[in-house]
Design a protein around this ligand. Structure first.
Ligand code: ZN
Length: 472
């Protein structure tokens, strides 16, 4: 015991000397391979929940037999969460292999600077064909040297700012900045590029000068979900943008935090789509940033429903959609709702979830469910407003039956179909919990139920998300 304590002390002393040495002479004094104890056989991966030997082998492009033999594993099914595995066959790669979702605004160069990893290693590990192929929302494998502290985003280089100017402004020496960012000199830095300082604090990153942070509620973006963007900037100006050619509308209540909500269509093809953000300053100058963002499947199932044939008439469906379109596409710059949406019924029993691919009368899976259905499980048929807003529709339609729509502001609407009676009319302001009417069986309905949906700029999104989390 005593011996152990002594040797621990010596070890700490050794580490302290090494750290001082590195600080003094710079990291370039040491070859990268000297930093860990497991470098000879390959880098180390820590087993995550859901991993199997096969998925790990696939991720790193090696065989599971090679991982087994490098780690002396006899039973391939006996790997544990948090177990350290040596990954063989990754030439030149050292350290700990971690994975991280690439945030919007981060380039491969930025990622390599943040973690002190070589860009070439990142390209090799992530099977990229070019360094510009960085899609926000993609999970990247990053080799990190555990002995070095991670770096946090410090500053977005302004146009034509030199390292010397940056050093004067931030009080961080230019040599330290150069070394932290693997730069050979001021000429290496590009406008709009992220610079990093060594620190434990992890900051939000922004690729636009005068914008301190850009964040998403979900990365990757998911089919049928609500995309919420939050931008923090104290520079007076106007934000605009697009996602896959759909316009992003920005709203602010304090002139510093800007929000944008976009409905991602439940049938949008998974893939990478461009997301562009622009800040137009008061003097008319504009800063633009664009990056591909990953959109993933919502994993929705299928369901088969029988309804009278009349309700499947395409011209009737189209006419009704066209009638509602101008109502759903109006913009109220004010936000009426506050906090999480409440369930629109007293005792919710859910018959059908949002996003299910739907087949009506065995005609094929050509439809999808644009909301969620509440069945009738109690004698109470009351429907309540889930949040404050203005009633913009209260009438009987062919498909939707007796229908109500509420405008909650900022392009967010809620809809209630197949009702039997109304307690409100168009123009009424409702508060959360106000009685809207009664559950019924009007329109294209296969039995008494409430169809409840949330639409954002005319696109139906998963209402369950609005019932379970707060926006913004
Ligand atoms: Zn429904």
């Amino acid at each position: 015991m005593r011996f152990l304590m002594e040797s621990n002390k010596n070890y700490l002393k050794y580490i302290a000397i090494v750290i001082l040495f590195v600080l003094f002479f710079g990291p370039s004094t040491f070859p990268a391979s000297a930093s860990g104890q497991y470098q000879e056989d390959g880098p180390v991966y820590i087993v995550q929940p859901g991993d199997t030997l096969n998925t790990i082998a696939l991720r790193f492009g090696v065989s599971s037999e090679d991982i087994q033999s490098a780690n002396g594993i006899t039973d391939p099914n006996a790997i544990n969460i948090n177990q350290q595995l040596i990954i063989p066959g990754l030439e030149g790669i050292t350290g700990l292999l971690t994975s991280e979702v690439l945030q919007y605004g981060t380039s491969l160069l930025g990622l390599s600077r943040q973690y002190g990893s070589k860009a070439a290693d990142l390209i090799y590990l992530n099977k990229l064909s070019s360094p510009s192929e960085t899609i926000a929302g993609q999970t990247f494998i990053i080799p990190i040297d555990e002995t070095k502290p991670t770096k946090s985003s410090a500053h977005t280089a302004a146009l034509r700012e030199t390292i010397l100017e940056y050093a004067i402004r931030t009080g961080i020496s230019q040599w330290e900045t150069l070394s932290n960012n693997q730069l050979s000199g001021s000429w290496d830095i590009l406008p709009g590029e992220e610079l990093f300082i060594t620190s434990e604090i992890s900051g939000n990153q922004s690729p636009i000068p005068n914008v301190s942070a850009i964040s998403f509620n979900n990365l990757p973006i998911i089919q049928g979900e609500t995309l919420e963007l939050e931008i923090i900037s104290s520079t007076p100006g106007q934000f605009s943008g697009t996602f896959n050619d759909k316009v992003l509308n920005f709203f602010t209540e304090d002139g510093e935090t800007y929000y944008s909500f976009l409905g991602i269509h439940a049938l949008e093809e998974p893939g990478a789509y461009p997301l562009k953000i622009m800040l137009t300053s008061e003097d008319g100058s504009a800063d633009v940033f664009e990056q591909l963002v990953l959109l993933e499947t919502g994993g929705y199932g299928n369901e088969w429903v029988n309804v009278p044939e009349d309700y499947l008439d395409e011209t009737v469906i189209q006419k009704e959609d066209e009638y509602l379109s101008p109502i759903l596409n109006q913009f109220t710059p004010e936000r009426y709702w506050d906090g999480r949406f409440q369930y629109p019924v007293n005792e919710p029993c859910i018959n059908s979830q949002f996003g299910q691919r739907r087949d009506y009368n065995n005609g094929g899976l050509f439809f999808y469910h644009t909301g969620m259905d509440f069945g009738v499980c109690t004698p109470n048929l009351n429907i309540y407003a889930p949040a404050a807003g203005k009633v913009v529709l209260a009438e009987e339609l062919t498909i939707k039956g007796k229908a109500i729509m509420i405008d909650h502001g900022w392009g967010v609407f809620s809809g209630y179909w197949h009702m039997s009676e109304f307690n409100v009319s168009v123009g009424d302001f409702v508060e959360s919990g106000d009685l809207l009417g009664q559950i019924g069986n009007t329109g294209r309905s296969a039995g008494p139920h409430l169809h409840f949906e949330i639409d954002i700029t005319g696109t139906p999104v998963n209402p369950m998300t609005w019932l379970s989390q707060e926006f913004p």
